[in-house]
Write a protein that binds this ligand. Structure first.
Ligand SMILES: Nc1ncnc2c1ncn2[C@@H]1O[C@H](COP(=O)(O)OP(=O)(O)OP(=O)(O)O)[C@@H](O)[C@H]1O
Ligand SMILES: [Mg+2]
Length: 260
């Protein structure tokens, strides 16, 4: 990453260890990223990738070390406070409300106070409408805006989930395997969407599929047994013998095939 020397990191995972009865899911992990940057995390099953995202969003607490966001130690804050400060994690499946339209799902996510359900039966602000419009266009679902979310195909549903994260307008978006189960074409569109989001948002993207990762065209970190094994470009990671070794002699793509 060509970091400007003076730029302050948006996020710093400062020597974080997460222990479960002595087992270290994260082990003295250091990781930092600049505002608007994209970072891809790969690593074999059980490496600690999801645990890292859980720790950043406050669902899991560091046993040691701290999470610093915009210069503030957020390690002890409740999850909703962390979300308020500008971090959003891709909602798990229940995040999408099947009976609501595509458009209404985006609006619910865009509405900061998620308790104000009346917001989509009452007048919406012009800014809110414009933002929903913008997000629907970005995720390619503008033509399907009126459909109940239940009628979306698998890939489209994933895009809706990403759109809900984007609509939150958080400074840092956390996407755990956003292209899981997608066709190559859909995954390509998702990579393009991620590139489009960079700049306005910083993103951490977890995935196993090296072809998908390559299309994101961002720095890659390889996590192994809770520690950073290697960092560099996709090409560098492809050639790194240590990286190949943790994927049991196979290219990381092998792990993706097992997942598909
Ligand atoms: N609540 C928990 N209690 C005990 N061990 C846990 C807990 N959560 C995660 N672990 C362990 O921590 C390790 C890291 O898990 P994590 O889910 O972060 O891996 P991952 O890199 O996301 O893997 P995958 O690619 O399979 O999604 C695993 O060995 C897992 O079994
Ligand atoms: Mg995981």
């Amino acid at each position: 990453m060509t970091a400007i020397a003076s730029a302050a990191p948006l996020l710093e995972v400062d020597h974080v260890t997460v222990s479960y009865d002595g087992f270290k899911a994260l082990n003295d992990l250091y990781f930092s990223m600049l505002p608007g940057s994209v970072h891809v995390l790969i690593g074999p099953n059980g490496a600690g990738k999801s645990t890292l995202l859980d720790t950043i969003i406050g669902r899991v607490r560091p046993t040691e070390g701290r999470i610093v966001f915009k210069g503030e130690d957020i390690s002890a804050l409740p999850e909703f406070r962390i979300v308020q400060r500008g971090i959003c994690r891709k909602f798990q499946t229940p995040g999408v409300l099947d009976e609501l339209s595509v458009e209404a799902n985006i609006l619910v996510a865009a509405t900061r106070d998620r308790r104000s359900w009346r917001s989509f039966t009452m007048t919406r602000s012009a800014a809110e409408r414009e933002r929903v419009e913008e997000v629907l266009t970005m995720i390619g679902l503008i033509a399907k805006r009126k459909l109940p979310a239940a009628q979306l195909a698998h890939g489209e549903r994933q895009w809706l989930e990403i759109g809900m994260v984007v609509a939150s307008d958080a400074d840092l978006l956390l996407l755990d395997e956003p292209a899981a189960g997608m066709t190559n074409r859909e995954a390509g569109a998702t990579a393009q969407l991620i590139r489009q989001l960079a700049g306005r948002h910083a993103l951490i993207v977890i995935d196993h599929d090296m072809d998908f990762v390559e299309q994101i065209a961002a720095p890659v970190s390889v996590l192994h047994m809770g520690s950073m094994l290697a960092q560099g470009t996709v090409e560098e990671m492809r050639r790194d013998p240590q990286v190949a070794a943790v994927y049991l002699g196979k290219a990381p793509k092998g792990a993706a095939d097992a997942h598909a």
